[in-house]
Design a binder for this molecule. Structure first.
Ligand SMILES: [Ca+2]
Ligand SMILES: [Ca+2]
Length: 439
């Protein structure tokens, strides 16, 4: 499902080497060197014995006791500042970015280990799904920025919408300035945030940080993708608006493509649904989302497919799709599943009727007549069978199709309540009505 820590690490440009350099060139070390050179200067001045040199030893801000000490013993160098201790957790951990910034710059942070001391002190998730931190050059100036996940999950397998954020810190030379966060980039409360990848997806040689996070309602969670990427010099979320999916069951990344599989709304009354796969890929100048429906599981799904083709004016394909409904024996009957009167014959009658209308729209009057006749005879007890009969009677009386449609609707109006109840296939399927049959 997700890459292991080691795999992720491989994606981080110049990982461990750069992290080690962070230690060697720390401001603390530079301050120590300055202090040592100051000591050498002090010692040289003291040995020279000149009056002017004596004056230079005196440091105006040093108190009397220190002056005495300076005068009577070996000069003491300016003390090396004590490293900042691990900051205590603020009341709201998510407002603590500046505390971590100061600690990174002036403490003794275990950057390579992803700040285990802060993780412990702040009571964060003992383990996270994927990587917790990364040192990577987001802007291409050959200095590594540092990204750090704030996660309050119970562990790597926690699927609850736990609180989380990702913090972006500038490179060491810039004092690890805290400059962005996942919450700011995504403009949302990034629950259950995970780092999914730090590969370069945009072919500009700079890593892009792919994140997922959840927005949860009463019965279902929407998983969003955020792609933090350097764009015109600033870090932006380049994920498209529709890069999100309900009830995600699987997340994968392969060849730079981000895929979410799921999409089934779990609320009561949703009706039978097909799985969806959304794939987000770089399209040269922007990311785009492609949505692919999974295989149909219920007969209503084939009816939906055929109606879409009909609505798009693709009558030949629509006719074939409607006939596929008629010939299907394998897909589930949702009405029977939920304990209502079986719906298969009504769906097949509707589809035969609509196959006839498709033939009409193609100008194939012979086929159209045969299909409507089949609807009326093979499905005589159904509402659509009766409607087809009214339609045919009107046609044979010399009416044009529009008037024949009106005749069919006149019959359906007498059973409108039953008709609308039959077409209730849940909120995730279209509700057909009397006027959607042949208009
Ligand atoms: Ca950089
Ligand atoms: Ca990139």
């Amino acid at each position: 499902m997700s890459l292991s820590f080691d795999q992720r690490r491989k994606n981080v440009p110049r990982p461990s080497a750069t992290v080690r350099n962070v230690r060697a060139n720390s401001p603390r070390l530079r301050r120590l060197l300055l202090a040592v050179s100051g000591l050498v200067a002090l010692a040289a001045a003291a040995c020279s014995g000149g009056g002017e040199g004596d004056e230079s030893i005196r440091i105006s801000s040093v108190d009397a006791a220190s002056s005495t000490a300076l005068a009577t013993t070996t000069p003491t160098p300016t003390p090396t500042p004590t490293p900042l201790p691990v900051p205590a957790k603020p009341e709201n951990a998510f407002a603590g970015g500046r505390l971590v910034e100061a600690y990174l710059a002036e403490g003794e942070p275990d950057i390579e280990g992803c700040l285990p001391e802060v993780v412990t002190e702040w009571g964060m998730a003992p383990e996270v799904d994927g990587v917790r931190c990364a040192s990577l050059d987001l802007d291409g100036d050959r200095k590594d920025e540092f990204v750090f996940l704030i996660s309050y999950g119970a562990g790597a397998d926690d699927t609850s919408p736990y609180e989380a954020d990702l913090w972006f810190f500038e490179d060491e030379d810039a004092g690890y300035r805290f400059f962005n966060s996942a919450r700011a980039l995504a403009n949302g409360i990034t629950s259950a945030l995970r780092i999914r990848s730090v590969e370069d997806l945009t072919s500009d040689g700079l890593p892009d940080v792919v994140l997922t996070w959840d927005e949860c309602g009463a019965s279902t969670c929407l998983t969003h993708v955020t792609i933090a990427s350097n764009h015109n010099g600033t870090l932006e979320d380049l994920a498209p608006e529709d890069a999100s999916l309900e009830s995600v069951e699987e997340f994968t990344m392969e060849g730079g493509a981000i895929s979410l599989r799921g999409g089934k709304v779990s609320s009561a009354g949703a009706g039978p649904q097909r799985e969806l796969t959304k794939t987000v890929t770089w399209a040269g100048s922007h990311f785009r989302t492609e949505t692919v429906e999974g295989a149909p599981t219920h007969l209503i799904h084939l009816v939906n497919d055929a109606d879409r083709l009909f609505a798009a004016g693709q009558y030949e394909d629509a006719r074939l799709a409607y006939l596929a409904v008629v010939n299907d024996t394998a897909l589930a009957d949702w009405k029977a599943e939920i304990g209502e009167a079986p719906g298969r014959s009504e769906l097949q009658a509707y589809s035969t009727f609509r196959a006839g209308l498709s033939a009409y729209r193609q100008g194939d009057l012979l086929d159209a007549g045969q299909l409507l006749e089949r609807t009326a005879t093979s499905y005589a007890p159904t509402m659509h069978g009766r409607a087809a009969l009214e339609y045919l009677v009107s046609l044979s009386g010399g009416s044009p199709p529009e008037l024949a449609c009106t005749a069919a609707e006149r019959y359906l109006d007498t059973v409108a309540e039953q008709y609308n109840a039959f077409w209730n296939y849940g909120t995730e399927n279209p509700q057909r009505t009397v006027t959607t049959l042949c208009r």
